[in-house]
Design a protein around this ligand. Structure first.
Ligand code: SF4
Ligand code: F3S
Length: 145
């Protein structure tokens, strides 16, 4: 492994040296950060994001996708793939953690999606609209793939 001068390279998470008893779950620090899918995805669902995820942690609803926060490795490669900028790091969530909760809850009940399907024919009509979750969100699962 090449080490940049002056940088500490952490090979494990959590950094084992920070814990008194690494085997004790209560000793673990907060989980690593995640990316989240937000309002802009609703009704657009372009699915370019799933093609690049190295751990296949996207889950499909009828008109929205979510990321499973406990599976996401925070690599960030999906963020620039979304044509409507719907994917954000959770540091850019609403103050009440709205999108993290939505992503976590629906990832538990919707099917996993790993192959890009056909985006909605009218998706482009909704690209610039805001507040779509409240207006159009469907709790129904997608087909998954
Ligand atoms: Fe997948 Fe990486 Fe995006 Fe997380 S940040 S959903 S691991 S591509
Ligand atoms: Fe949604 Fe963007 Fe992916 S619109 S399905 S987050 S590419």
């Amino acid at each position: 492994m090449t080490r940049a001068p002056g940088r500490v390279v952490v090979d494990t998470w959590p950094p084992r040296g920070h814990l008194r008893n690494p085997e004790d779950p209560k000793e673990r620090p907060a989980p690593p950060m995640t990316y989240i899918v937000t309002d802009a995805c609703v009704k657009c669902k372009f699915m370019d994001c799933i093609e690049v995820c190295p751990v296949d942690c996207f889950y499909e609803g009828e008109n929205f996708l979510v990321i499973a926060p406990d599976e996401c490795i925070d690599c960030g490669v999906c963020e620039p793939e979304c044509p409507v900028d719907a994917i954000k790091p959770d540091t850019e969530d609403e103050p009440d953690g709205k999108w993290l909760i939505i992503n976590a809850e629906y990832a538990k009940v919707w099917p996993n999606i790993t192959v890009k399907g056909t985006p909605p024919a009218d998706g482009e009509q909704f690209e610039r609209e805001t507040g779509k979750f409240e207006k159009y969100f469907s709790e129904k699962p997608g087909k998954g793939s």
